[in-house]
Design a protein around this ligand. Structure first.
Ligand code: CP
Length: 337
């Protein structure tokens, strides 16, 4: 695909070479993300960062990625702080914001809303998640993490066996990741969830049609036995019409060090898009896993900055100018000590 000026709203847009191109640019962003070099390539550019749903990682990593490329960020967080509460349409918001911004990132609780917003925008729009539909940049950073973690183990994405665990019905990250894995060969996906929270049939069908082997379990201990990656997800209580229904499933798929030691392979990578629900009745990934070197969740979050920097550089067509506008850092860098 041609990235210049493109909206990024769904994994459906990508072919495998597009994904490989994003990962190659993300690799090149490492010195900037690690504060070894500073680039000002996007000096003067403005990101409009509009989050109409709660977020910590996605919002801040989009903003950090843009700042690390030298651009500035203007934000709206929550409906209450925007004119949407006064009845303004998303289309009018898009027309206005695209007059102020060079690129817009947006999260919204309604499926399809980011794509609708993009239709009215005069500048590229990157999705930060639309309801229970998709979270394309999360899937890209997840696969980028998988690729790195497997490479550290002398493996590649080909031949991978991954367990997706938890609320697969409402979890937009697994929807996008499932689609993304379809671009790779010899991949096996183990779906572990209660039947009512199973992955939408359309995505299962896409995976099967692309030659992914798919199996289902509702028991965590049976499903995780011989996988390379466990990808745990949160019960998305905000997507249930009745929160009490979400309570029925909370805590059903807890992973802790004792379970990991007994049931997982010694090198199984532990992933989660985060936030992990650490409340005692959920405790999805126990804190006793925090010293397990295979817990990749914080490396995964760090990789989000690299992938989002790559997307900004590609969409705004500055990939080949990043280094030319760079210099060494001038401040004490705690990361290098
Ligand atoms: N992974 C993710 O989307 O996290 P946030 O909700 O904190 O953005």
């Amino acid at each position: 695909m041609n990235f210049t000026g493109a909206h990024i709203v769904s994994i459906d847009q990508f072919e495998r070479p597009d994904v490989e191109a994003i990962f190659a640019v993300a690799d090149r962003m490492q010195p900037y993300a690690l504060r070894k070099r500073v680039t000002r390539v996007l000096e003067g550019a403005i990101l409009g960062n509009m989050f109409f749903e709660a977020s910590t990682r996605t919002r801040i990593s989009f903003g950090s990625a843009f700042n690390l490329l030298g651009g500035e960020v203007r934000e709206t967080a929550g409906f209450d702080n925007s004119a949407l509460v006064k009845g303004e349409s998303l289309q009018d918001t898009a027309r206005v914001l695209s007059g102020f911004s060079d690129v817009i990132c947006m999260r919204h609780p309604v499926a399809g809303s980011v794509a609708d917003f993009a239709l009215a925008s005069r500048v590229p729009v990157v999705s930060g998640g639309d309801g229970a539909n998709e979270h394309p940049t999360q899937a890209l950073l997840d696969l980028y993490t998988i690729r790195k973690e497997m490479a550290d183990r002398g493996r590649s994405i080909t031949g991978l066996k991954i367990a997706m665990i938890g609320d697969l019905r409402h979890g937009r990250t697994v929807h996008s990741l499932g689609k993304l894995l379809c671009l790779y060969t010899d991949v096996e996906v183990v779906l572990i969830s209660p039947e009512k929270l199973s992955l939408p049939e359309g995505i299962v069908e896409l995976m099967r049609n692309s030659s992914i082997k798919v199996t289902h379990y509702d028991d965590l201990l049976e499903g995780i036995v011989d996988v390379d990656i466990v990808y745990s997800t949160r019960i998305q209580e905000e997507r249930f019409p009745n929160k009490r229904e979400a309570d029925l499933y909370r805590g059903k798929f807890r992973l802790n060090q004792a379970i990991y030691t007994e049931f997982c392979q010694p090198n199984t990578v532990i992933m989660h898009p985060m936030p992990r629900d650490s409340r005692s009745d959920a405790n999805e990934l126990d804190c006793d896993l925090d010293n397990n070197p295979n817990l990749a969740i914080f490396r995964q979050a760090d990789n989000g900055v690299l992938v989002r920097m790559a997307l900004f550089a590609m969409v705004l067509d500055v990939v080949d100018s990043v280094d030319a506008h760079s210099h060494d850092v001038r401040w004490f860098n705690a990361r290098q000590n």
